[in-house]
Design a protein around this ligand. Structure first.
Ligand code: GLY
Ligand code: MN
Ligand code: MN
Length: 532
């Protein structure tokens, strides 16, 4: 009897226990809280920042796409549930009779919903697990958010999409957004260009106003109606910087700012803290193992899908929760499609295979590309193109130290590729071409294309170096080059002493790749039954 009571007690505890934090080995609630403090430091006095988590996207009937939180929202909270809003004040203020510098609104716990879709943290869990002192139900947003337009000098948010699916699942989010819009004189039809132009003018000074006029002239080509606004045309036609400043003073102050918050988040997110670097390293290491194991396993006759499966199985085997982006596995000419995700080519033949994949580990994603010859050996043309891309990448890695810029890294690699293509007779010297149609670098973090300010490299930045050459069938060059596509992509961390290649475990040179492809694969022994 005693034992039965004991078991019943344990069961009761299990059923009523608060939700577990999502990732026991991820970022701590203290880390997220400290990030909110850092954001507060960037906010102007007496301002408020309002974030909404992502809506749920329906696939069909009662099946939704896998939910992924908005990455800014996750960065600041660690919270991964929909129908949530975060309100951050630049300074502590009295809200509902109590001092607060932030409020969190979230969905209620609901045993029925949780039975179908999994545990919710709930208000109490939000306080105990994620450390929010002021957590409330999303139904209280209008009444308790403390948002009164008159109280703040600035209201910071992002442009709020009108395109959220009006499903019952998303209703609490839509409701909060509507309440927010009503409280902030949010424009009915968002004129983002005008808002941007007003902001550029407001931020200009005697020194920068010439440059602002040049930017406005460029914008005017795209949006000819711009000059119909008398303030904008007076600013642009003013005879001197001094006169422009007079016009500037006449511009109305815009309380609602839809761009500053994005810029602040970019400032925070482009420099990774040591805690984030630990997670990024793990995501990248796992992805490098995927490349290594595929190098051993790949052979003629396999399918793109099968190769994708090997990578993704390895990610799951290590416990990565997600992919950072849809996997790209392109054999032969398919490698020329930069974001090729069909991955449905069967019977890979004796061509190159371009594989661009990244595991997501506790929210952080890798982005690693390797290009290998399915046969295990590069032919002469493939090798010539591969070597060019490799040298371009090496030049970029060599430049990667504090103070260098993405532009310099890109230019160094592009020169090597342009000169090399001319030398191989694929282009004429100086000819413009489309064989390297993308940029060389982007920041990496919670998003595969993480936000950044494009400022020079600094300690704590993590970014890709990923030159490529793609020569699609039918290109204006000798046929022997057709269908060759090479991208080599590594994830680089900037430290005090220079660059660390986080994806170096995956072989990168022609010799090292061919050597790895000679190694036996455990998959050889894994024979599945034939199915008709
Ligand atoms: N995987 C997308 C990219 O390399 O940017
Ligand atoms: Mn990339
Ligand atoms: Mn990539």
């Amino acid at each position: 009897m005693k034992r039965i009571i004991g078991i019943l007690f344990l069961l009761a505890v299990a059923i009523s226990s608060p939700a577990q934090s999502y990732f026991e080995d991820g970022l701590s609630s203290e880390w997220h809280s400290q990030r909110r403090d850092e954001l507060r430091k960037l906010m102007s006095p007496n301002s408020v920042a309002v974030f909404f988590n992502n809506p749920v996207k329906n696939r069909t009937n009662d099946v939704d796409y896998v939910y992924h939180p908005n990455t800014d929202f996750f960065y600041l909270t660690g919270f991964r549930e929909p129908n949530a809003a975060l309100v951050i004040f630049s300074e502590e203020r009295e809200v509902n009779g109590k001092m607060a510098d932030e409020l969190m609104f979230l969905q209620n716990r609901d045993p029925r919903a949780e039975m179908w879709n999994g545990k919710r943290l709930g208000v109490e869990g939000m306080m105990s697990e994620l450390g929010f002192e002021n957590a409330m139900l999303n139904s209280e947003f209008a009444a308790k958010s403390g948002i009164n337009l008159d109280d703040f000098d600035k209201i910071l948010t992002f442009s709020l999409s009108d395109a959220i699916e009006e499903s019952s699942t998303n209703m609490p989010l839509i409701q909060m957004m509507e309440e927010f819009k009503a409280a902030t004189a949010y424009p009915d039809k968002l004129d983002e260009v005008s808002a941007q132009v007003y902001k550029m003018i407001k931020n200009s000074d005697l020194e920068t106003s010439d440059r602002v006029v040049q930017s406005l002239k460029r914008l005017q080509r795209q949006y000819p109606d711009l000059m119909e606004d008398p303030l904008v045309s007076s600013f642009m036609n003013a005879e001197s910087p001094e006169k422009r400043m007079v016009v500037k003073e006449e511009m109305p102050d815009q309380k609602l700012d839809l761009s500053a918050l994005g810029e602040m988040m970019a400032v925070l997110r482009e420099i990774k803290t040591p805690e984030e670097i630990v997670l990024l390293k793990k995501a990248v290491k796992i992805s490098a193992v995927g490349q290594v194991e595929v190098m051993k396993a790949a052979k003629i006759g396999m399918t793109e899908r099968e190769i994708q499966g090997v990578h993704e199985f390895i990610y799951k085997r290590y416990g990565a929760e997600e992919l950072g982006y849809p996997s790209i596995v392109g054999g032969g000419n398919n490698g020329c499609i930069l974001h090729y995700i069909e991955n449905d080519k069967r019977d890979l033949t004796d061509r190159l295979l371009l594989m661009d994949l990244g595991a997501e580990w506790r929210g952080y994603t890798a982005d690693v590309t390797r290009t290998i010859p399915i046969s295990g050996k590069f032919n002469a043309e493939e090798k010539a193109i591969y070597e060019l891309v490799y040298q371009a990448q090496e030049a970029g890695i060599a430049l990667s130290k504090p103070g260098a810029t993405f532009q310099e890294i890109d230019a160094a690699g592009r020169k090597i590729i342009n000169d090399g293509l001319a030398e191989l007779g694929i282009i004429k010297k100086g000819e413009s071409h489309m064989y390297f149609p993308h940029g060389t670098s982007h920041h990496l973090g919670l998003d595969v294309h993480d936000p950044g300010t494009r400022k020079p490299l600094d300690v704590g930045m993590v970014f890709t170096i990923e030159p490529g050459i793609y020569i699609p069938e039918g290109s204006n060059c000798d046929k022997k080059w057709w269908g060759i596509a090479v991208r080599i992509e590594d994830d680089i961390l900037i430290t005090e002493s220079g660059a660390v290649n986080l994806s170096a475990d995956a072989p990168r040179t022609v010799t090292a790749i061919e050597e790895m492809m000679r190694q036996p694969s455990v998959l050889e022994e894994w024979v599945l039954p034939e199915i008709d």
